[in-house]
Design a protein around this ligand. Structure first.
Ligand code: COA
Ligand SMILES: CC(=O)OCC[C@H](N)C(=O)O
Length: 369
């Protein structure tokens, strides 16, 4: 599979939904496969909260491949022998696109907390500018899970003629108070962390000391991204063999797992980006600026494919079913498909249980062949 990583700089303003703007902006993106002559074989992949533009393939220095490598590649469900796949890092995220640690061209210093709030629409608007620059007018499909699914829905509503298929996994039409509540744990923990220093932390401090607030926030997130059954099967009540059962801070294996995966998080993810992306997720509402949600979904011209996961405790299957029901109510029964996957890995099933939905996606894409 041919992989390329590129950065595109836009010396033009990105007007934001908030009324603010980014004077200029950059997008880092990865592509897989080859663009055909008439640029008609494009598939857009959108990443979730902590994801990046590195969706597939593995670089020589990497322990693990890109986050959706099981799904994207030669002969895989998103087959890079046929399609040219683009995944860009969202504005606000800390993997290389413009984010709170970028230099504000007006002040010549990092934005930090002066960075504007970014919405899913803003993220998609910036991505559309990238495709325009690449001369890409249409996509076969836009595919994304979780916050990536929010972007996929946004494409279908705000750019109705752009993609033939929208494949949204483990997502929602609007973020419920349940998720806003979970994100609040992260927001509070980060804000009150002394090392965070109201956004003025030293990058060296973060490297040396980590950021317990972000770790705690991630831990809360992990509890919602995974599932009780997964924990039961993975850890049971196993106790860390080197820890004493009667030591106050002796640990069950599940505690060790949470410690490992949360305290390692600040090493590769920036706390300001986390705050901004939580806000992006919290304010996502496909029905905003409309009288009702139906008015937004009525705009869709693509085929909308919804994939939900039975043990998703972040965006429950009912939330995807609500979208399907709206489409049916709008008389668009032939334009929507819904698949409920019997999953065991909670919300993150869209990342790890690919074998359960890959054939479904292959069939959707066959429609194009
Ligand atoms: C998605 C995700 C939950 C999938 O997990 P998985 O492939 O099933 O992997 P596991 O949960 O078993 O392991 C995750 C880590 O915990 C470690 N681990 C497993 N059991 C452990 C235990 N009992 N104690 C301590 N650490 C443990 C693993 O060794 C692994 O470490 P590594 O990342 O350094 O290799 C996980 O990769 C993740 O959280 N990724 C980050 C989020 C992401 O990829 N986002 C992309 C969004 S678009
Ligand atoms: C809300 C959301 O995008 O969750 C994604 C969870 C995933 N595990 C991630 O860390 O990105």
């Amino acid at each position: 599979m041919k992989i390329e990583t590129k950065v595109e700089k836009f010396n033009e303003p990105l007007y934001l939904e908030s009324g603010r703007l980014l004077e200029s902006f950059e997008l880092i993106y990865e592509t897989y496969g080859e663009l055909n002559k008439d640029k008609s074989n494009v598939i857009i992949v959108c990443h979730a909260l902590s994801g990046s533009h590195h969706a597939a393939g593995r670089y020589a220095d990497e322990a693990k491949p890109g986050w959706w490598d099981k799904f994207i590649g030669d002969g895989k469900a998103i087959d890079t022998t046929k399609y040219f796949v683009i995944c860009s890092n969202t504005i606000g995220s800390s993997y290389g696109s413009t984010n709170p640690l970028s230099i504000n061209p007006s002040t010549k210093i990092e934005y930090r907390l002066k960075f504007p709030v970014i919405t899913i629409s803003d993220i998609v608007k910036a991505q559309m500018k990238l495709y325009e620059r690449l001369g890409i007018k249409n996509a076969v499909a836009v595919v994304g899970g979780s916050m990536g699914g929010m972007q996929a829905l946004c494409y279908s509503i705000e750019y109705p003629t752009f993609a033939k298929h929208i494949i949204a996994l483990a997502t929602t039409a609007y973020t419920r108070p349940w998720v806003i509540g979970i994100n609040k744990i992260a927001i509070e923990a980060i804000r009150h962390d002394k090392i965070f220093n109201n956004g003025n932390y030293k990058k060296e401090d973060l490297k040396a000391l980590g950021l317990p607030g972000l770790a705690v926030g991630r831990m809360a997130g992990l509890m919602m991204y995974l599932s009780p059954n997964l924990f039961k099967n993975k850890f049971g009540r196993d106790y860390v063999t080197t820890d004493g059962l009667y030591e106050l801070f002796g640990r069950f294996e599940v505690e060790k797992y949470l410690e490992y995966n949360s305290y390692s998080f600040p090493k590769f993810f920036d706390p300001l980006s986390y705050l901004y992306i939580c806000k992006t997720i919290n304010i996502f509402d496909a029905g905003r600026n409309k009288d009702k949600l139906e008015d937004s979904f009525d705009k869709i011209q693509a085929k909308l494919h919804l994939i939900a996961f039975s043990d998703d405790m972040l965006f429950f299957p009912e939330e995807m079913e609500e979208i399907r029901d709206i489409m049916i109510k709008l008389g668009r029964k032939n334009q929507v498909t819904y698949k409920l996957i019997n999953s065991n890995s909670g919300h993150d099933s869209f990342l790890v249980e690919v074998e359960k939905f890959q054939d479904y996606v292959k069939d959707i894409l066959k429609d194009n062949e």
